[in-house]
Structure formats: structure tokens, C-alpha cells
Design a protein around this ligand. Structure first.
Ligand code: ATP
Length: 349
């Protein structure tokens, strides 16, 4: 598959401060990817550098192999053939939906432009609303119009910066799934920037986790959750706890909840102290188990209940029980480890 976008060792600064450092990534045509990270980690700056709104101090950016940014070259944003969708919709309030969507189509004939607008309205499920103005539709609908406007000129790449953050939580998840379907249907290549992992999981086939201007891991949602490559990613993605453990063999650790053999081998040597990651789905109910945990918190999640359990050693773990196993606070429940992924880091906390 053809590489559509490549960032090679890019660095960006504001005044003297480096905010993006030595960041590289490649995106193939048709990929839907996300940049995920906490506020201030540099996600928007990366997107702005790709769009041509921020210059590079080092490295290069290529779109379809064409060099668009380096320290010696800078192709202006309007020549990069990108579509953009931002948090605040940025629709033109004085234009109806049809004219908003047609905004980037001025090089087309009237008939052609009308055909594309009709196709886009259908794509985002807003047929019949073309005469409405932005203030006459909901936030979710406005964001769909913004997407339709970005897709109408058939850009090489769609850039989306926190496009759902003005919407309520339910709407956010629903719309991110819808947007993924729309982009897939169009065969579009897109990058979404977000601090919300649920949004990233709903949309991204590949997700890059950023921290402090660096890309820490570029991987599938499954691997980010089950195979985090560093402590930051392990903490940032999903829930879980680290328990102190002792390495008995490269793939086996002893912890407060038992000895656990996993799929990774570590080379710290027998007896090394490690921190072992346990996700809530790694610890399952087992009424016949000798290992008991006392329920100190519970959170109803619908199909499951998330219990925080205190072990006899004083450590706390999280465990997901099917929600028909409804226990009260203070009750002791039997648990066992059921996990394939051994994730351990040398540092303990
Ligand atoms: P958020 O999720 O809050 O939008 P982000 O991950 O997108 O954050 P950026 O907006 O890219 O982060 O900011 C990266 C760093 O650059 C931050 O430390 C921020 O304070 C700094 N920064 C951003 N814009 C400017 C600016 N115009 N002038 C100076 N520093 C800036």
C-alpha cells in the first residue's frame, strides 16, 4: 500500500521551547489513525505542522512523496490538498448547509458542484436539510456538515482536531463511529487528534500515544491496551493497577495475587523487582479460589461491575465481574488471574 503521509524526525518550537521532538510516523492511503495524548502534549502542533500552519525546526513532512515542509521548503496550506475539521465546527453562519458544503468547490461547474453537495449530504445523512442555516441544526449535525465540507473537494488527507469535544459523551461516541463509517465508505485517509481514548478507539485503526512532544507508541488499540511499551502508555490507556512482583523466570512473576506466566520474556534476571500491570479484565471472579479480595468500591457499568478489591496484603486491584454477580461493599469475593499478557516494568511505584 502507498505511503500517503510521512513525518521524518520533525521538531517544532514555540520561541525557544521545543514542543515536538524527533517525531516520525507513516500513514498509508486509506488509513484512519489517531494521535492521542493529554492536554499540552503537542497533538495540535503536529496537525498544524502537517496542515502547513506551523514551520519545522528540523525534519521533513511529505505528502504522496512530495516534500511539503522542511527547514528549506514550505508549501502553503492551500496547496497541500487537505480537508480540515475542527472542534468549533467553523461553519459559515450566514451560509446555508448547501453553500457551506460547496465552499471549497469553486473550481467546479455549478452542476458538478450541486451533484457533489447532494452526494455529501446523503453521505452524512442530512438530505433535505440543505436550505437550513448552521444555527438551525444540532451540534452533532453541524459537525457532520463540517465533515461533508472537508470531504467535498476529495482531499488527499482529512485532519480532525478534537472534532467531537463540544458534544455530550453519548453523542461523541456515536458520532465518532458514524464518522469512521463515512470515512471508510469514502476510502479517505484521516488523522484525528484527541485526548479521549474512547474516541480514539472508536475511530483509529492505529493510534499514536504522545507525551511531552514525543510519540511513545504507534500501535493498534488492542496492543496499546494489552502490550503497552512503557509505563506512561500503560497508565494512560485503560484502567489497571501495578502490583510489585519478583521475576522467577523471564516469563514468570510472583505477585500478591499469585504466580503468573505470560507471553513476554524479560531479561532482568531471576529475583529482579518489577511492577506488573493488571487490567480489570485480567482478574476474574472465582468463588472456589483461596484468594479473596474485600470490596471497597464498586461501579456499575451495565453488563459488568467494576470492583476495587483490597487483598490480604493490603494491595488494591480492579476486577470486572458480570453484573449479575452483584456484591455489597465490604463483602469478600474469590478471584483469580486470567491473563495472557505479562506486562512488567523495571521501575516499581
Ligand atoms: P490540547 O489537547 O490542550 O489542545 P495539545 O496536545 O494539542 O493540547 P498543543 O496545542 O500542540 O498541545 O501544545 C503543545 C505545547 O505548545 C504546549 O506546551 C503549549 O503550551 C505550547 N503552545 C501551543 N500553542 C502555543 C503558542 N501559540 N505559543 C506558545 N506556546 C504554545
Amino acid at each position: 500500500m502507498q505511503t500517503l503521509l510521512s513525518l521524518k524526525n520533525i521538531q517544532c518550537q514555540f520561541d525557544d521551547r521545543i514542543v515536538i521532538d524527533n517525531l516520525s510516523l507513516h500513514i498509508n492511503e486509506g488509513n484512519l489513525v489517531c494521535l492521542l495524548g493529554p492536554s499540552g502534549c503537542g497533538k495540535t502542533t503536529v496537525l498544524r505542522a502537517i496542515a502547513g500552519f506551523h514551520a519545522l525546526n528540523a525534519g521533513e513532512i511529505r505528502i504522496r512523496e512530495q516534500l511539503v515542509s522542511s527547514t528549506s521548503r514550505f508549501l502553503p496550506p492551500e496547496k497541500r490538498h487537505l480537508g480540515m475539521v475542527f472542534q468549533d465546527y467553523a461553519l459559515f453562519p450566514h451560509l446555508n448547509l448547501k453553500d457551506n458544503i460547496a465552499f471549497g468547490l469553486d473550481s467546479k461547474t455549478r452542476v458538478e458542484s450541486q451533484r457533489i453537495v447532494g452526494e455529501m449530504l446523503e453521505l452524512v445523512g442530512l438530505q433535505g436539510l440543505e436550505k437550513r442555516f448552521p444555527h438551525e441544526i444540532s451540534g452533532g449535525q453541524q459537525q457532520r456538515v463540517a465533515l461533508a465540507r472537508a470531504l467535498a473537494p476529495k482531499p488527499d488527507l482529512v485532519l480532525m482536531d478534537e472534532p467531537f469535544s463540544n458534544l455530550d459523551v453519548d453523542m461523541r461516541e456515536r458520532l465518532s463511529e458514524e464518522v469512521r463509517d463515512i470515512l471508510e465508505h469514502q476510502g479517505a485517509t484521516a488523522i484525528l487528534v484527541t485526548h479521549d481514548q474512547h474516541e480514539a478507539f472508536a475511530l483509529g485503526e492505529q493510534i499514536g500515544v504522545m507525551h511531552d512532544g514525543r510519540l511513545l507508541q504507534w500501535d493498534t488499540p488492542y496492543n496499546l491496551y494489552h502490550e503497552p511499551n512503557c509505563r506512561f502508555v500503560a497508565d494512560f490507556i485503560g484502567q489497571g493497577v501495578f502490583l510489585p512482583g519478583t521475576l522467577l523466570a523471564p516469563d514468570t512473576v510472583a505477585t500478591a495475587i499469585g504466580t503468573y506466566q505470560g507471553n513476554r520474556a524479560y531479561s532482568w534476571g531471576k529475583g529482579a523487582d518489577v511492577g506488573v500491570l493488571f487490567r480489570p479484565d485480567d482478574i476474574v471472579p472465582d468463588s472456589s479460589s483461596d484468594l479473596k479480595g474485600k470490596i471497597i468500591k464498586k461501579a456499575f457499568k451495565g453488563a459488568e461491575i467494576l470492583y476495587t478489591l483490597r487483598l490480604p496484603t493490603g494491595h488494591e486491584v480492579l476486577s470486572l465481574f458480570p453484573s449479575h454477580l452483584d456484591h455489597g461493599l465490604g463483602e469478600e469475593v474469590g478471584i483469580r488471574i486470567e491473563a495472557d499478557h505479562l506486562v512488567a516494568f523495571a521501575e516499581t511505584r
